[in-house]
Design a protein around this ligand. Structure first.
Ligand SMILES: Nc1ncnc2c1ncn2[C@@H]1O[C@H](COP(=O)(O)OP(=O)(O)OP(=O)(O)O)[C@@H](O)[C@H]1O
Length: 208
């Protein structure tokens, strides 16, 4: 469960944001829609504890998250959040499989190769597990970053434009997989996007 209340953030006096309150329960999905530059990534990075709000608060599983130390925020991010970034960041020297397993290692969890292989199969990149991430297309890299985010059974999945590099067929598959995975592990799924194809896939929507 994730909620936000009265979140405000500014990059500068000229660039200030006041975000709508959101609430996304376990096993629910929320779509946050907005045109380019409306602050979708900024909002997601606040929810992901990567940025600190000027005011307002965020609760994850009824825990209030303002006032936490840097280390506490990092721990929550590693253990409780699955983040799919707009641009995937991988360790270039590692294989696709090792990049996926790295997120388990960083969270202090066991490195479950079977789960990584299952997610790769579901997301359609099982043939690429032993390649370097640089050898994959943008769409394939996006699907790898989704698998990586799901590895630790996070309480909350935060996805920034998870379908922007995908064709219609893969877009549909990825949305289904994200929703099914979130449901099966009891997570809240929050997606920010300008991808209008997702409008009909999520009954709960907020507009920026
Ligand atoms: N680090 C930063 N410093 C200053 N301004 C920033 C910074 N990051 C983003 N912005 C500005 O804040 C606004 C919102 O950016 P953000 O990336 O959150 O929008 P977005 O809705 O995700 O856009 P897009 O759909 O194009 O990715 C933009 O005008 C951007 O230029």
């Amino acid at each position: 469960m994730i909620t936000s209340r009265n979140l405000q953030f500014s990059y500068s006096p000229q660039k200030q944001f006041a975000f709508p309150d959101i609430s996304c329960a376990d096993k629910e999905a929320l779509l946050i829609l907005g045109q380019s530059g409306r602050g979708k990534t900024t909002f997601l990075h606040l929810l992901a504890l990567l940025l600190k709000p000027d005011s307002g608060n965020i609760h994850i599983d009824n825990r209030e998250l303002s006032g936490l130390s840097h280390t506490e925020r990092t721990n929550i991010r590693a253990k409780s959040l699955g983040i799919i970034y707009q641009r995937a960041h991988f360790v270039g020297a590692l294989s696709v499989l090792d990049n996926i397993l790295l997120s388990s290692y960083l969270a202090g969890n066991k490195q479950d190769k079977e789960k990584a292989a299952y997610l790769a199969e579901q997301l359609g990149f099982a043939d690429h597990l032993h390649k370097k991430t640089t050898q994959l297309s943008q769409g394939e890299q996006q699907r790898v970053s989704i698998a990586r985010a799901l590895m630790n059974n996070p309480n909350v999945i935060l996805a920034d434009e998870p379908t922007s590099n995908l064709d219609d067929n893969n877009c549909q598959k990825v949305v289904e997989l994200l929703k099914n995975q979130a449901f099966s592990i009891g997570a809240s799924l929050v997606v920010v996007t300008h991808d209008q194809r997702l409008k009909d896939e999520f009954p709960n929507q907020v507009f920026l």
